[in-house]
Design a protein around this ligand. Structure first.
Ligand SMILES: C[S@@+](CC[C@H](N)C(=O)[O-])C[C@H]1O[C@@H](n2cnc3c(N)ncnc32)[C@H](O)[C@@H]1O
Length: 289
């Protein structure tokens, strides 16, 4: 496996650790209804054994238990801290929590009646996406169902153009910075700072292609556009401004960045931006004849 992948994973684990520290059972329960509604909307009614990969706080498994308390749940996550949190909110007698990388799942073929993936695939580059979907298809039983919910790019065409140009210009910048960096620790941090190492651009058409390659039957596909939260955006800009003001960068840099932040308020008044997009695929593993 590539060293960049491993370094990024380590950074991600510590990020999830920090996020989990801020999470509370109350906060998870506030979002529970939303997740229950998601499963009802896509008629993801599980009987038997379900796998939730990248389970995080365990919210989706909790929602599935609320719909059917008889399921047997398996939650996998690379973060021990997240699993510890999930352990506290899920029924102990019907849940197995496993710390593993989704690339190397420790399960035998055709073990699960259903697989749920929620906001985990976008952490992986396309080559690994193929491997993950391949592995998950293998451990799913015939006629088993997989529900995938992931963030989606707004426009594939715009995103592709943006990716090509970002790669071109940021690669040039990266090569210059990289020459000046000798510590391995700093090198690894660059992977989360420099956009050329990002892999969170999920294209519905690419995921669809991978699902088809695995001979999965697409039962439902949907793109959801959330409402853009202007209030939240205003709060975010205010936080950014405070951060700039409190920083120890030179005053001329502060002034430049504050001007830029203020321009965002103006744009926000003029434009009605679209909210985040997510995609949902419900697929079924075909039965062998
Ligand atoms: C954005 S969170 C989503 C959590 C949860 N599924 C939800 O919908 O709230 C992504 C989760 O995937 C986990 N994750 C990321 N990469 C992983 C990998 N390679 N193997 C297993 N888990 C992974 C992270 O630790 C994190 O808990």
């Amino acid at each position: 496996m590539n060293r960049v992948y491993f370094a990024k994973k380590l950074l991600e684990i510590s990020e999830v650790k920090n996020k989990t520290r801020k999470s509370t059972i109350k906060k998870v329960k506030e979002k529970l209804k939303e997740r229950i509604n998601k499963f009802r909307r896509y008629r993801f009614y599980v009987n038997g054994r379900v796998l939730d990969v990248g389970t995080g706080s365990g919210i989706d498994l909790l929602a599935l238990f609320s719909i059917n308390p008889e399921i047997e749940a398996v939650g996998v996550d690379i973060s021990k801290k997240a699993l510890k949190f999930a352990r506290d909110i899920l029924p102990k007698d019907r849940t197995h929590l496993v710390q593993a990388d989704v690339i190397y799942l420790p399960f035998i073929k055709e073990t699960f009646d259903a697989v749920n993936i929620s906001y985990m695939l976008h952490h992986h580059p396309p080559k690994l996406l193929r491997r993950i979907i391949g592995n998950l298809t293998a451990i799913l039983r015939q006629n088993g169902v997989m529900l995938i919910s992931e963030p989606s790019v707004k426009s594939e065409a715009d995103a592709l153009r943006q990716e090509i140009y970002t790669l071109k210009y940021d690669l040039k910048n990266y090569l210059e910075i990289r020459r000046k960096v000798s510590s391995t620790d700093t090198q690894f941090h660059l992977y989360s700072l420099v956009s050329i190492f990002d892999c969170n651009t999920m294209y519905p058409s690419l995921l669809k292609q991978i699902l088809i390659e695995n001979d999965l039957k697409i039962e439902h596909f949907e793109i959801i556009t959330e409402k853009f939260d202007r209030k939240e955006a205003k709060k975010l800009i205010a936080t950014i401004k405070t951060q700039i003001k409190r920083s120890d960068i030179p005053n001329y840099e502060k002034a430049y960045l504050l001007d830029k932040s203020n321009a965002l308020y103006e744009k926000l008044k003029l434009i009605d931006p679209a909210g985040d997009r997510s995609m949902v695929f419900k697929v079924k593993k075909k039965a062998r004849n």
